[in-house]
Design a protein around this ligand. Sequence first.
Ligand code: SF4
Ligand code: SF4
Length: 192
Amino acid sequence: MPGGVIVVERREGLGLAERLYLPMLARGLWVSARHFFRNLRGFVTGKNRRDFVVQYPEERVDYADAFRGVPVLVEREEGGPRCVACGLCELACPTCCIRIEAGELPDASGERHPVRFDLDLARCMFCGLCEEVCPVEAIVMSRSVEMAAFDRASLLFDKRALLVPAALVKRRLDFLSKGYERPRDADGERAG
Ligand code: SF4
Ligand code: SF4
């Protein structure tokens, strides 16, 4: 089910009907009743369920691409995170919920990588600043919002728990690329 945007018109001054209060009360009741009976008809006939309550978890809302869910680490094709452990996201995070320990890959490339990358989702406020500062689109905001846990310790995600294949966050990567006009190479990774 696609998410929609409703633009609400807000007027500064109150008209006579609004100041008299009762006409607006009647109007509010009329709007509620109209929605109620339309939805009731949709429920009975199975049609016109346009603004019906989402039957979660059987039905899911298809969030807009700008939606910011749980931050995740993007996986490279050859495995492992794209992250080069520059530390910018750790620095930018306003709630200090990211902790990184940098190291070098054991192969001949000697590339930097995060030996440890922890993100405390109990403190994260989904602001997206980590994603914004990342120079290689290694941390992005996913569409996932399901993060219930019985204790705070279970919300401390390590590198392995945060890692997702790039294909799973493709829509977000495309959105970032378009929004920030970031060039991509042939593999779809950020270039320049
Ligand atoms: S979304 Fe915001 S609060 Fe959460 S990890 Fe990123 S920078 Fe920190
Ligand atoms: S900003 Fe990006 S590359 Fe740098 S440490 Fe964070 S996730 Fe890794």
